[in-house]
Design a protein around this ligand. Sequence first.
Ligand code: NAP
Length: 546
Amino acid sequence: MNQQKNEGIIEMNQGSDRNVQDAQREIMKLFQGLSREIPVVLFTQPGVNEMFNDYAKQAIRFFRQTTDKIVLREYRLDHEKAAEYRVTHSPTILFDPDNCHVRWLGAPIGEEARIFLELMLLLGSRDSGLTDDTRKILNRMDSKRHVKVFISGSCPYCPQQAMNALRAAIEKPGLISVELVDTQANPDLAEKYSAQSVPQTYADEILIAKGAQPEELFALSLEKMEQQTIFIPESDAKEVETDLLVVGGGPAGLTAGIYAARSGLNTVVVERGLLGGQVATTPVVENYPGLKQVGGKTLVDIMVTHAMEYVQIFPGEEVLEIETGEPLIVRTNRRKFITRSLLLATGAVHRKLGIRGEERLAGHGVSYCSTCDGPLFKGKKVILVGGGNSAVTEALHLKNIGVEVTLVHRRDEFRAQSVLINRLAEYGIPVLLNTEVKDITGDHKVESVVLYNNKTNETSSVPAEGVFIAIGYDPEVRLANIAGLELTSDGFIRHENYRTNVPGIYVAGDVVGGFKQIVTAAGQGAGAAMVVFEDLMNPFWKHHQK
Ligand code: NAP
């Protein structure tokens, strides 16, 4: 690595004079646009990290030869200024420290020289250059964030992530401070943060991104304090007219969106919660054709990205009212949709055990999402309740990430597919059959569960720090009830070839029951979209009325 650093600096300083002069001339042209001076403060300590101290000095000297706008001050680490600015590492560079909070631990050489150049241009113009969408996200933030981006001079992806952070710091100087940490100049910090790949971004000591992100995703990760993988721009429209409004952004809804839009229907998708629905929290999917093994969230990201090529998605938006008629009027918490047709792909919601302690200790050891909460129980004893594909998949996932999981099922055999059941033994997961959970106990968090063996009638209290519940889903029929749709005796939405009893309203996916697989939900979404297309061309209900 140091070899690469050496090569970088040699290129800059000892390469052919003509190359250096050409580069300087180009940079000089760029820097002509600088309208103000940029104070740069360099801290070095003789005898500490000498090689990087030299690189930092040489790089800054190189840039200063191209403009008189860089005003350099230099101090040693034992100077009082170092204490004033809380500088502890050599070399450290501060940029315009009276106006923004940006520091660099290391030397801007190799790929990092690009960062230095762009940073000078931004500071010179005092314009972050962020997109309106990114600014909107940053404007929502109301608390300070200290961002650390681990970078390296040999990493071509690092400048992008470093610039995301630097732009944010320039846009919100009172809110966002940024530290770029060169991992080669600061192996102690790289070790402390386990930054074994770059770029890696922390906010307030929490890892929020691995790799380089588009700037909107960086801002979103910073806002949410965890890595975000999809950014969907917000819409300000108060009224939206569509041919088809799809409610639900799971596999059924997204596929319907793709098919309807490709048929020429103006289509939008509204999703109140998690795009992808249940799939987004499924640890691993192994039966989606074409993808031998894929993380549920990854599959969702692929589907959402694909759907966004065709339809506008309105995330975080909840449908509140549906007025039937021609057109249908659908009101959400944000706007009104006037639509020729409506597809409910609202999926299903987690089933609850309905036992004592379940609601009180939800979020304190009781969980319905092993992908989300599993890592918190590493090395701890938990029970997982259920006997279907979800329960077995999630038990395998928990075991895989180091959780001591015991699977508890109320019958003497599982409902899950045999390929999954066989893995339970392979993974050494203890299984309690004919066992029901009767009570979850603990003052502030789960401490134990009361188990009842329905064959022997024995009851026992077993210590556990977590209870994961994966006992299936109930169809989400709230909107069906609002719209006056008929349900089946099992509580699913009644339909005939995706058409409900209300003209213009269609259904697809888990809300209609059936096999409840990702691929069948997607298939139903495609089928429903094609039926909608046929009906809008040639409305079936008008024929019935004749
Ligand atoms: P599921 O197939 O409906 O299974 C629910 C399980 O929970 C059953 O074993 C059921 O027991 C048990 N259960 C229900 N209510 C209970 C209660 N009150 N107390 C204790 N146990 C209770 O649900 P799922 O596993 O969530 O799967 C939902 C759908 O998604 C299914 O169609 C499934 O095939 C599909 N899925 C597929 C995959 C895959 O293909 N890899 C992965 C996940 C999910 P009984 O058996 O006694 O009824």
